[in-house]
Ligand binder design. Structure first.
Ligand code: GTP
Ligand code: MG
Length: 189
């Protein structure tokens, strides 16, 4: 495992993400259990974000400062059926507000479980991102769990969207170098 970044600081857990941060930000979104927190841990090469087998682990917006240079933002997942309607609304507003108003938001990583592919909740969110002109990169997660046919099917679904995508496995540290590179490049823009 390679360390791409040196110093990581947990800034805090928020119900409403701070939109006026002074450094570039990268945000990780996607359905519950897709592997957002695990991916952040893989990029940072440490177990700093909380991971769980049970969907709905991350319930607040968690912000990490890396090398005093940029922020990684871990969001709670959407599309979690066990969550009540009011919880869904409570999720949506602050996150939409953050994504629309964060002054130095560089990239949104939208995670898709390779085996599950794009679900209706992802489509809704993708359309919303596109409508609002937000720079998005799709991250295919858990490629270690997907068969060749799953991968082929998911790739086909994504290729119709015309969005850049990266294949990853946090468990086996696959594709993490590409993500780290992308983050570094986007910091310098
Ligand atoms: P919420 O916070 O609930 O929205 O979930 P999350 O998207 O942050 O997912 P999390 O990182 O907590 O991971 C969910 C489950 O998937 C955990 O059991 C992880 O160990 C597992 N997982 C994450 N990444 C991988 C991967 O690359 N491969 C495999 N096999 N499992 C993974
Ligand atoms: Mg999480």
């Amino acid at each position: 495992k390679q360390a791409y970044f040196k110093k990581v600081k947990f800034v805090g857990s928020f119900l409403e993400a701070p939109t006026r941060l002074e450094l570039p930000q990268f945000v990780f979104c996607g359905r519950s259990n897709v592997g957002k927190s695990s991916l952040i841990n893989a990029i940072l090469n440490q177990k700093i974000a909380k991971v769980s087998k049970t969907p709905g682990k991350t319930t607040t917006i968690n912000v990490f400062l890396v090398d005093e240079k940029f922020y990684l933002v871990d969001l709670p997942g959407y599309g979690f059926a066990k969550r009540s309607k009011s919880m869904v609304n409570a999720w949506q507003k602050p996150i939409e507000n953050y994504l629309l108003n964060a002054n130095m938001l560089r990239l949104i990583f939208l995670l898709i479980d390779t085996k599950i592919s794009i679900m209706p909740s992802d489509e809704i969110f993708l359309n919303w991102l596109k409508y609002n002109n937000l720079s998005t990169v799709i991250v295919l997660t858990k490629i270690d769990k997907a068969s060749q046919s799953h991968l082929a099917k998911t790739k086909k679904a994504i290729e119709t969207l015309n969005i850049k995508y990266i294949k990853t496995s946090s468990t086996y540290h696959k594709g993490i170098d590409k993500l780290a590179q992308l983050i570094e490049q986007a910091c310098d823009i």
